[in-house]
Write a protein that binds this ligand. Structure first.
Ligand SMILES: [Fe+2]
Length: 183
């Protein structure tokens, strides 16, 4: 279940309607996607092969097609972060700095969990812990960062308006952390 924490209050909420309203006011779409058992089983694997990724995309093909048609997303892929992947800490460090992209950042979490942090237009920060079955679309140009909790386990479908690419524009901004996440 998603947890939203405005870092100026540190009061968490798990109420879906509250979370959706809070995020929508900031241009961020948040949805719940049902994860069928077949997808959950794939997301439990220690490694995902190309066939696993293709199967995941096929399982969610209706939703992905709808997003492509209504939002203009042209491409999608699957990423699987695992704690024992070579170079995982270096890869995660790239995400865990305040940055924006020229493309929307769109993720459907189908296994594990991860945390998005955001810098609002007013400079105030908030975090959204996302788990399996949750979808987010944050618009191009929005300052944000992403980190994994100790499990370092997340499987996500990504959608792109451009070709699959992850080009960050960084700035040096101190990131807040919910007290429960350490650091
Ligand atoms: Fe990003």
């Amino acid at each position: 279940m998603a947890v939203l924490i405005p870092l100026w209050t540190h009061s968490p909420t798990t109420d879906t309607a509250v979370i959706q309203g809070f995020l929508a006011a900031r241009g961020i779409a948040f949805e719940r996607w049902e994860v069928p058992t077949a997808a959950a089983e794939i997301a439990k694997k220690a490694r995902l092969g190309d066939d696993d990724k293709a199967t995941l995309l096929a399982i969610f093909s209706d939703r992905l097609r709808e997003k492509a048609e209504t939002q203009g997303y042209k491409a999608c892929d699957v990423v699987a972060i695992r704690p024992d992947l070579p170079g995982v800490d270096e890869a995660l460090a790239k995400f865990d700095r305040v940055h924006f992209h020229d493309d929307d950042e769109v993720r459907a979490i189908v296994g594990g969990e991860g945390v998005f942090g955001f810098v609002g237009d007013d400079g105030r920060q908030f975090t959204l812990t996302m788990q399996s079955g949750e979808y987010i679309s944050l618009p191009a140009g929005m300052w944000h960062w992403f980190y994994c909790l100790d499990t370092k386990n997340v499987t996500a479908i990504r959608l792109f308006k451009d070709n699959p690419s992850w080009v960050p524009h960084y700035r040096e901004t101190e990131r807040g952390r919910p007290a429960s996440h350490g650091g």
